[in-house]
Design a protein around this ligand. Structure first.
Ligand code: G3H
Length: 541
């Protein structure tokens, strides 16, 4: 079948949706506030899938998935106050509980979470159009992340269970919570990237308000009971609705101590500026990126093409770590582009439940005209779409486009397209892509494809001071999750990873005393009498 025909027939009729994938609308009326599932009686936001069903002559209709509460400033402040009260200026039961107690609660949560896998995965797939396979991976990766984080915290606590005696001062140094954390993840990893901040924040003794992203809301509903039953009241509170309406008022109170946000730098800047006490606010931000792939003349072209395809097109290019521009040496560009196009032809397009599918419909309505706009702009400045049916659209489905040759006058040169468009720029001198990376507003990662160590080594030494991960002969990516994940410039603030996240959601605090016999006696009696949760030599086994 020709690609254009495939795209024209991409959406199924209702009866063609397999039983196992079928979904019933979920009208969410509940939200978690101060340990209770409250009933919402106000307006609701309807949720439609990026997947449409074909209604014959009537055309396409987006699949209706249900609705969620559209909250107001009042509920936002209620959620914040519940978290503030649970923290209780650091005196609350959660921030003063032992690490062991907190770990036990999170273990209980993850046990309950595992039981809801099927429901969460199905909603994830339908709400954001992520393939079933990748939705399952996102769920499992999140569970693994929680388990690994618990183990990392045990290690951290073990090393801080001892005292130091230095220059006549006895001290015990531990990590203490920061206060109230506001956690917001992105739509492309609505579960994983929300939980990679939410869980470490909780584990370190903070209390939390969390708001799911614009797309990927309902999938959190099956976990509300688990949150309610696993944690003391007020430790986790949920918020739903338009960010502009409910997040601004929370930030303006000055009561948020940590802003954990994964999204655009534009929104992050607005949120930060709303907080009246900038030095009180700690920010953990994962922001924009425009990761470049640089293909040197001696690169293994098959390998570079394979990595570029998955790097640029996994989940339709909607990953912050996606390769968003490729620089290919002019001497190999013809072979590279030929193989890239052949590779695209072989990628399976379709509905998210189809086995092996890679390219699926996009959740953001506005992304469809946006992508058409950046392609038109590139054409205006001399580029072409060089693959068959590249950029062809049907409903929210966009067939991947390879745009060549891209140059600095084009929007695709600098804008993060976050979609299935692969801009390719030829280069003659390695200084050209290196200058691109230096001049870019972003500094997350880069990929370098080549074989000659004499060429690659000096590039590495330049690039590591421009971005935060240089990938040799492989695509850019976040994982393994124990590796630090961060960026420079407009790409991030703070570092996430299994162990780094525990650090960003806490602060080193110590109890210190002069090494006198009276102080030693006092400290000994506090420890032996188990009078303090902080000052303690308990060792987690
Ligand atoms: O969207 C940004 C994600 O953190 C990327 O993670 O590289 O594992 O897809 P990934």
């Amino acid at each position: 079948m020709k690609i254009a025909d495939k795209v024209r027939n991409i959406f199924p009729a209702e009866k063609e949706i397999p039983k196992a994938a079928a979904v019933r609308p979920l009208e969410q009326k509940e939200y978690l506030l101060d340990g209770k599932l409250k009933r919402w009686r106000g307006p609701a936001q309807k949720v439609f899938s990026p997947v449409s069903v074909h209604l014959g002559k009537k055309g396409l209709e987006r699949k209706y998935l249900g609705s969620y509460p559209l909250m107001t400033e009042k509920e936002a402040l209620d959620a914040l106050n519940a978290a503030v009260n649970a923290y209780d200026e650091g005196k609350g039961s959660w921030p003063t509980s032992t690490v062991e107690e907190r770990i036990a609660r999170v273990e209980d949560f993850v046990y309950r979470m595992r039981e809801r896998r099927t429901a969460v995965v199905k909603l994830l797939m339908w709400e954001i159009g992520k393939s079933l396979e990748d939705s399952e991976k996102e769920f499992d990766r999140t569970v693994d992340y929680i388990v690994d984080t618990i183990n990392a915290l045990k290690d951290l606590d073990r090393t801080s269970s001892r005292f130091s005696i230095t220059q006549g001062v006895i001290a015990q140094i531990k990590r203490a919570p920061l206060g109230v954390a506001l956690c917001m993840g992105p739509y492309n990893y609505p579960l994983n990237e929300t939980f990679t901040t939410l869980i470490p924040a909780i584990l370190m003794g903070n209390t939390v308000v969390f708001k799911p992203p614009k797309y990927g809301v309902l999938l959190h509903r099956p976990l509300l009971e688990a949150f309610r039953d696993s944690f003391p009241k007020g430790v986790v509170n949920t918020l739903y609705g338009a960010g502009r309406r409910i997040i601004g008022p929370i930030m303006k109170t000055g009561k948020v101590d940590v802003l954990a946000f994964i999204g655009s730098s534009k929104v992050a800047d607005i949120l930060k500026q709303q907080h009246p006490k900038p030095h009180r606010l700690r920010c953990v931000l994962g922001l924009d990126a425009k990761n470049a792939g640089i293909v040197l003349p001696d690169a293994d072209i098959d390998l570079a093409v394979g990595e570029s395809l998955t790097g640029a097109l996994s989940y339709n290019g909607q990953r912050c770590t996606a390769l968003k521009i490729l620089f290919v040496h002019r001497s190999i560009r013809s072979e590279f582009l030929k193989k890239l196009i052949t590779g695209i032809d072989g990628i399976k397009t379709g509905m998210p439940w189809e086995p092996g599918v890679k390219i699926t419909p996009l959740p953001e309505d506005e992304k469809i005209p946006y992508l058409a706009g950046v392609i038109a702009d590139a054409k205006k400045h001399g580029a072409k779409v060089i693959n068959e049916s590249g950029g062809l659209t049907n409903g929210n489905f966009v067939y991947p486009a390879v745009v060549y040759p891209v140059n600095k006058r084009m929007r695709l040169w600098r804008e993060e397209q976050f979609g299935p468009v692969i801009p390719v720029a030829p280069f003659d001198d390695i200084k050209e892509p290196l200058k691109y990376v230096v001049d870019s507003d972003f500094g997350q990662q880069v990929s370098v494809f080549g074989a000659d160590m004499n060429k690659i080594a000096p590039m590495l030494d330049t690039l590591v001071n421009q971005v935060c991960r240089v990938n040799i002969n492989s695509q850019c990516q976040r994982g393994p999750d124990i590796f630090p994940f961060t960026g420079r410039k407009d790409s991030a603030e703070g570092t996430l990873s299994v162990s780094d996240a525990l650090r960003v959601f806490s602060i080193r605090t110590l109890v210190a005393a002069k090494d006198s016999s009276a102080n030693k006696k006092l400290i000994r009696s506090i420890i032996r009498g188990r009078k303090s949760k902080f000052l303690s030599t308990d060792f987690i086994l």
